[in-house]
Design a protein around this ligand. Structure first.
Ligand SMILES: [Zn+2]
Ligand SMILES: [Zn+2]
Ligand SMILES: [Zn+2]
Length: 509
């Protein structure tokens, strides 16, 4: 269902039916999505006990909620991904809201995808399940098109609110102020003058993503990741966004000892400062994990935004996640060019989801909205398809491409990852793992990709490599994996090198 089409109302009516026959409901939501408004909406509608399970609870609170769910005292259980493991005395329905959201996948330790587990659990407990999204994952969309799932579509926005118009702004050869093209600044000004709110999206925290020597061009890099430090002006420090390491701003270049160090590129901190100069009379707020630490502060800021305390909203992807901003009439997306040329085959899907979700933030409450994408690649087929034909069409095209490339969901994947302080060791282990699996590659109709370096090749002093095993037959892939896993575990290198196996990976970084 398109954003604002009333998906929640559909959930609520299904829940009402389920409660009516004396069953419990489990509702899964993404990590950041749980706001008091969501909870309030459930409590206003149903006069039954509701418990919530999320990472912000202490052990006592979590235990109480868990027991209430298990004993059937709570009729509605709302929670983030780990809530999928909550036992229910009378299971009746599972709802997964924003099912495309990658926070449902736990990437470390016990790796699982709560959305996929929810589908399996509903199958085991023989209950219905609803997966909801304005921008469904290609995996779920494919299941719907194959009629494995029933496909229900909501194509109209509720309450007559109009769709946000998507437009591309060609920033080539345009003068930029604070990273914003001149043409966009006038558009922003006219929205602000009408008393509306404007949302400016930039997915990069900090003041500048790099500091470099004006004399020799050397960047100031994190030694253990071999990547440039991000400059955080408010703290006066450099921070590595890969490992979290932090240091003072150096006085001089480590290579040529020049004192002429300059920042390069723009992050949200600098954007906020630049917007303050462009629009000195407009109140603005920055929403990113540096400016807004903790759930309570985020909720306060979101309330203030909807009370129209600010007119300019600047922020990262936190702003794209399900929060409604009825007074925003203009969304500006800066710098989406990086994702257009990523080596991750899911990058296009993620960008299309992000853009569509952001567009859904604007133009509610019957105010027509517009959204501008600033890009140096205005003719890029992905952007053009999204603008002219919308997400559903984009998704069908993307599925065709996946089919041609035999990529998920038309094949299943598993990734062995290895990391070591010596690059050779990690690559070596994966090469040996490949040898373990090679004898039955044909029987599994399998295929190897790699070993090759991960997209982030080095982190915290460790070199990172991956080996992908894939097959168009899911069951064959899984028995192939199982069949040789003991040999892998018995490899002498396997006890020396940090490694993991990730089934259905969603992130190649
Ligand atoms: Zn940072
Ligand atoms: Zn230098
Ligand atoms: Zn680092």
């Amino acid at each position: 269902g398109v954003t604002g089409s009333g998906k929640t109302e559909v959930y609520l009516q299904a829940i009402e039916h389920c409660l009516g026959v004396g069953r419990q409901v489990l509702v899964l939501i993404p990590e950041i999505g749980l706001t008091p408004q969501t909870l309030e909406r459930f409590q206003r509608r149903f006069s039954v006990p509701v418990v919530i399970l999320h990472s912000g609870l202490n052990d006592r609170e979590r235990l109480d909620a868990w027991v209430a769910a298990r004993d059937g005292e709570a009729d509605i259980v709302i929670g983030t991904r780990s809530a999928i493991f909550t036992p229910l005395a009378r299971p009746g329905l599972i709802v997964v809201d924003e099912e495309h959201d990658l926070s449902f996948k736990q990437q470390e330790g016990l790796r699982y995808n709560a959305r996929d587990l929810a589908v399996y659990r509903a199958h085991l407990e023989q209950t219905p399940i609803i997966l909801g999204s304005a921008t469904p994952s290609l995996e779920s969309l494919n299941n719907a098109l194959n009629k494995r799932y029933t496909h229900l579509t909501l194509s109209q926005r509720a309450g007559g609110a109009s769709h946000t118009q998507l437009k591309v702004l060609d920033s080539r050869d345009q003068p930029l102020h604070a990273g914003i093209a001149q043409g966009l600044i006038s558009i922003m000004r006219s929205h602000l003058q009408q008393g509306n709110q404007v949302l400016v999206f930039l997915n990069r925290r900090g003041f500048a993503p790099a500091v470099l020597c004006h004399h020799c061009g050397q960047t100031v890099d994190c030694k253990s990741c071999e990547r440039p430090f991000t400059y955080h002006k408010s703290q006066g420090r450099l921070q590595c966004h890969h490992c979290g390491a932090s240091r003072r701003m150096p006085e001089q270049c480590s290579e040529c000892h020049s004192h002429d160090l300059q920042t390069s590129g723009i992050g949200t901190e600098q954007l906020e400062q630049g917007l303050g100069q462009l629009f000195p009379d407009i109140k603005q707020v920055r929403i990113d994990s540096d400016a807004v630490k903790g759930k309570d502060k985020l909720i306060t800021r979101l309330d203030e935004i909807n009370a129209r305390k600010y007119q300019l909203l600047v922020g990262t992807q936190i702003l794209s996640k399900g929060h409604h901003f009825p007074h925003v009439t203009l969304v500006v997306v800066l710098d989406c060019d990086g994702a257009l040329f990523s080596a991750d085959f899911r990058a296009a899907e993620k960008l299309a989801q992000l853009i569509t979700q952001l567009a859904g933030r604007a133009g509610r409450a019957s105010k027509p909205g517009e959204m501008w994408l600033q890009t140096d690649n205005p003719g890029h087929p992905l952007l053009q398809d999204l603008i002219n034909n919308g997400f559903a069409h984009f998704a069908c095209q993307a599925l065709q491409e996946r089919k041609l490339g035999a990529l998920p969901p038309y094949s299943s994947q598993a990734i062995f990852r290895a990391e070591a302080r010596e690059a050779g060791l990690a690559a070596n282990l994966l090469q040996q793992i490949r040898e373990c699996y090679r004898p039955s590659v044909n029987a599994a109709k399998g295929q190897f990709i790699g070993p090759l370096p991960c997209l982030i090749e080095k982190r915290q002093g460790r070199f990172r490599y991956m080996l992908v095993l894939q097959s168009q037959q899911r069951a064959a892939l899984h028995s192939w994996l199982k069949h040789h896993l003991q040999e892998v575990e018995a490899l002498p290198l396997a006890s020396k090198v940090r490694w993991s196996l990730d089934i259905d990976p969603v992130d190649l970084s």
